[in-house]
Design a protein around this ligand. Structure first.
Ligand SMILES: Cc1cc2nc3c(=O)[nH]c(=O)nc-3n(C[C@H](O)[C@H](O)[C@H](O)COP(=O)(O)OP(=O)(O)OC[C@H]3O[C@@H](n4cnc5c(N)ncnc54)[C@H](O)[C@@H]3O)c2cc1C
Length: 379
């Protein structure tokens, strides 16, 4: 019997495999991955430098342990180069391998800025354990880090690098950190808190070019100024990996388009995690992929199931200024009602009938999260 094939050994691929194995312990399962097939929690990548953690310490299980646990074959360092939906097969190393059903859990690629200059290739991004190893090696013996992007990942790295003793510059064309997730009051408090600890913010400018300058790098910013750094980290966002699906004629939009059973437009092919667009949204967080994996496991086991999302708060890993945010769904009608209290900022996104659609809590008010989640679920 042809196996169920999963492409990807990130949280999406492994969570699906675990959930499915609870329902179907025996059907052959084969996981292909460009990585080395270890299990790790990707969110750890942006708060591990200060603690001096190596990639080996972040990986909690080897590929062999995962294969045993999942009763699966895992092919590490193996890139799938084609999908043939008409023949129910994938292309790998010049061969074709048949699947009974295929799950795309391919994740997302860091967006690369079109930077000029002879140092552009030295700009790093961190999206897997190998990138993290490379980043740590680049930091060895260095002091100054420039972070491109003041969103969630940029702010988390900035806080972690500060705590690790580095000096940090953050460059962002917007006007404040985490501008897409937080109302202005909460953003500005985060800016202030990280600023007090040493982050130098550069808002309203873009990095245009990176040049080598001795052993260091020099950034040329869009306002004509320059900035010296030893290491440049790009954290400007991620884009779903859709090329393989697109080449196979599978419908894509911003991600690989799936229905509420996680089915793509091709028979017996499914998609989950950062590469998937479900309910019109690509949600690049852990909680959505857990919901998707649980739903798809049931679908694959022949049980009726439909994707639905509970409230999904995100804890932002900036210990200098703790934040928990549950952004309102895109297109929600309403506005932020913001209170700045001695315990922190409490921001509620309310509609005209005062129903709650999202929230942002900072410092001690983060303890109100569970209560607000209940209110969201009632709304
Ligand atoms: C630094 C950082 C911090 C984060 N922090 C948080 C957080 O605090 N909270 C939160 O909710 N989310 C956070 N996220 C987002 C979260 O980690 C991701 O949404 C999640 O890990 C994505 O998992 P995935 O399995 O979809 O993708 P990935 O982990 O990217 O896995 C994709 C897999 O597909 C494989 N693959 C791709 N193409 C092929 C191919 N052609 N052939 C073979 N294999 C292939 C890759 O090798 C990889 O194994 C963070 C992300 C980053 C980068």
């Amino acid at each position: 019997m042809s196996p169920l094939i999963i492409i990807g050994s990130g949280l999406a691929g492994f969570t699906l495999a675990r959930e499915w194995r609870k329902l179907d312990p025996a059907t052959p399962l084969h996981i292909f991955t460009c990585d080395d097939g270890e299990f790790y929690s990707k969110p750890m990548l942006s708060n591990a430098i200060a603690g001096g953690k190596s990639a080996a310490q972040l990986a909690t299980k080897t590929a062999t342990q995962m294969a045993q646990e999942l009763n699966a074959e895992i092919s590490a360092h193996t890139e799938i180069s084609a999908i043939h939906p008409d023949r129910h097969s994938i292309g790998v190393n010049g061969q074709e391998i048949a699947y009974s059903r295929l799950v795309l859990a391919q994740g997302a690629d860091p967006i690369r800025l079109p930077l000029r200059g002879n140092g552009a290739d030295a700009v790093l991004s961190v999206n897997n354990l190998d990138d993290y190893t490379h980043f740590r090696a680049a930091l060895e013996g260095k002091k100054r880090v420039a972070v491109l992007g003041g969103g969630l990942i940029g702010c988390e790295f900035a806080n972690d690098l500060l705590a690790g003793g580095f000096s940090v510059d953050v460059i962002d064309p917007g006007t404040r950190p985490l501008s897409t997730l937080l109302p202005a009051e909460a953003s500005l408090k985060l800016q202030e808190a990280l600023g007090k600890q040493g982050v130098s913010w550069h808002f309203g400018v873009k990095a245009d070019a990176v040049e080598h300058s001795g052993n260091a790098l020099q950034l040329k910013l869009s306002d004509g100024s320059t900035l010296d750094a030893d290491v440049v980290l790009s954290a400007i966002g991620l884009r779903s990996r859709t090329a393989l699906a697109a080449a196979a004629g599978i419908t894509i939009n911003r991600g690989i388009v799936v229905d509420n059973q996680l089915k793509t437009s091709a028979p017996d092919i499914y998609a989950i995690g950062d590469c998937a667009e479900a309910q019109g949204k690509v949600l690049l967080f852990v909680m959505p992929l857990m919901q998707q994996a649980r739903t798809l496991a049931k679908v694959l086991a022949g049980t009726e199931a439909e994707l639905s999302y509970p409230a999904m708060p995100v804890v932002i890993k900036t210990p200098a200024y703790p934040i928990t945010v549950c952004p309102p769904p895109i297109g929600s009608e309403g506005s932020w009602k913001v209170e700045s209290t001695p315990q922190g900022v409490r921001a509620l996104f309310l509609d005209g009938a005062d129903r709650l659609h999202g929230f942002a809590l900072t410092e001690q008010t983060t303890s109100e999260k569970n209560n607000l989640v209940l209110q969201l679920e009632k709304a």
